[in-house]
Write a protein that binds this ligand. Structure first.
Ligand SMILES: [Zn+2]
Length: 504
């Protein structure tokens, strides 16, 4: 499937200005809520109507107008319209009551593509569930216009130098989208419009397949790597946290090409002054440990994991140091000063030795497979245990995390909501299970067919284990019991089932 086109504008406050208009996505947005970025959005079919200008250029102008009220279009005498003449048109556009081309027509305005300078394009990496091929432009604020954000999908906008925007981010006062970090670094200390010249190396390298520099938080680099897991999790996020020292969480790939991509990226970081102190494993599953030994050997660093994980990996990955709940890993000095560390939290449920890591300066919660932003978490007995899983989620919920960084899926700025969704999902599954057992005793395979109707065939064995995990929780609570011969006993509810709460 073709990746949808999009456009983004870095609007300079004026010719030669180092200040750029930065907008903030509303906190309530599910994807990238609360993150600062630049105005822009995807190309709409109506953008094709203005054939004299490239469609991404039209989208850039339209999105900029919708989001900031700034309109990069000129009258017949080449002058820009004044702010006061545009308010009504912006409202009509936002309300979808008038198409952009006809609106320009009515105002007697045309878009001049040389009012925007094309700097380069970036395609969202394939790990992301939402992908775009985005063209980046720079432009100057037309004289007589002001940029104002209309509350809605955005909740703030301000003029900032790249330096000010990056400093606020480094101090943990703001969130910046990963492409914005790279773009701001490129124009730091320079006029905004120099992006086209200074960004060339960045755009060229990424276009040629160089590993993306993905930072959702300072010095916490996200490294999505292809690792064959259960659908739809084909990527595992490794994270390199810290600088000197730095720890690498969950290097998953066994694939040699992916490993070499990881080496290239780590080599670059080490050449730039980073010092790797060790590999941290959240748990023992194959898509989290594939490159652990290779990294340990190549960089001469120890592998750290929970004692249970160390035991089960014996002969596969050599764990040099066992760490448990409350273990702290020193990260040296934080980017803006002060002690900096990672704390291990033992979170059994998905795996008995599962560890999450909490970083309290930027309030980052690295959750491994305890939560995912792209699918539900698989709990397969005997290693997986729903009662323990729910208790671990409750413990994670007590951390005042600002970002949740999962092994699968994108980072979320709604950690508590994501953790609550995990609990609610289990509650819903349990209700379905109790409901299915109400009429008559059932077998696990039969229950899985009903509860996971429509799931791909390769997922069904896991669905059956999920059902079993749910039944084992009910049995522990004396709400269900099995009878009959192994391996396919019949499960039925006990008299306790109806009177018990489902969230114990
Ligand atoms: Zn796992």
């Amino acid at each position: 499937m073709a990746v949808p086109l999009a456009a983004t504008v870095l609007l300079a406050r004026g010719p030669g200005s180092a200040e750029v208009f930065v907008v903030r996505q509303a906190e309530t947005l599910r994807f990238m809520g609360g993150f600062q970025a630049f105005p822009g959005g995807r190309v709409s079919p109506a953008d094709d109507a203005l054939t004299a200008v490239p469609r991404q250029c039209v989208a850039a102008v339209r999105e900029l107008f919708e989001e900031t009220g700034v309109l990069l279009a000129r009258r017949a005498d080449a002058s820009f319209p004044a702010d006061a003449d545009l308010a009504d048109s912006r409202r009509e556009l936002l309300a979808d009551s008038k198409a952009f081309p006809s609106l320009l027509d009515r105002l007697g305005l045309t878009i001049h593509s040389d009012d925007l300078t094309y700097a380069g394009s970036l395609v969202t990496p394939p790990f992301s569930s939402i992908r775009f091929d985005t063209a980046f432009y720079t432009a100057d604020l037309p004289p007589g216009q002001i940029a104002v954000v209309e509350p809605g999908e955005l909740d703030a906008g301000e003029w900032l130098s790249a330096d000010a925007a990056l400093c606020a981010w480094e101090q943990g006062r703001t969130l910046l989208s990963p492409p914005s970090v790279s773009l701001l670094e490129t124009i730091r200390g320079r006029p905004v419009t120099e992006l086209a010249r200074n960004g060339r190396a960045l755009f060229d390298a990424l276009g040629a397949g160089a590993p993306e520099r993905i930072y959702f938080s300072p010095q916490a680099q996200m490294i999505p790597l292809f690792c064959k897991g259960l659908p739809p999790t084909y990527y595992t996020n490794a994270f390199l946290v810290g600088q000197n020292p730095a720890y690498l969480i969950d290097p998953g790939p066994t694939d040699l090409y992916e490993q070499s991509r990881l080496f290239t990226l780590l080599d670059a970081r080490l050449n730039a002054g980073a010092h790797m102190a060790g590999v941290l494993l959240t748990h023992h599953h194959p898509d989290h440990i594939g490159a652990a030994d290779a990294i340990a050997r190549r960089y001469g660093v120890p592998v750290l994991a929970h004692p249970w994980t160390a035991r089960v990996l014996a002969g596969k990955v050599k764990v040099d140091q066992e760490i448990g709940d409350g273990a702290t890993l020193d990260l040296g000095i934080a980017p803006h000063g002060g002690a900096w560390r990672l704390e291990a939290i033992h979170t059994p449920g998905h795996a008995p030795g599962h560890l999450c890591f909490y970083e309290s300066t930027y309030r980052l919660l690295f959750v491994g497979d305890m939560a995912s932003t792209m699918s539900s978490v698989v709990i397969t007995p005997p290693e997986g245990d729903i009662t323990e899983y729910l208790e671990s989620l409750r413990r994670l919920r007590t951390r005042p995390a600002r970002l949740l960084l999962p092994a699968h899926g994108s980072v979320s700025s709604r950690p508590q909501a994501v953790l609550d969704e995990c609990v609610n999902h289990r509650r819903k599954r349990e209700e379905q299970l109790v409901q299915a057992l109400t009429a008559e005793p059932r077998r696990v395979t039969d229950l899985a067919q009903e509860l996971y109707r429509g799931a791909p065939a390769e997922v069904m064995p896991y669905a059956e284990k999920q059902v079993l995990a749910g039944l084992l929780k009910l049995r522990r609570e004396e709400r269900a019991i099995e009878a009959g011969d192994e391996p396919e006993p019949m499960w039925r509810l006990t008299t306790l089932a109806e009177s018990s709460p489902t969230d114990r």
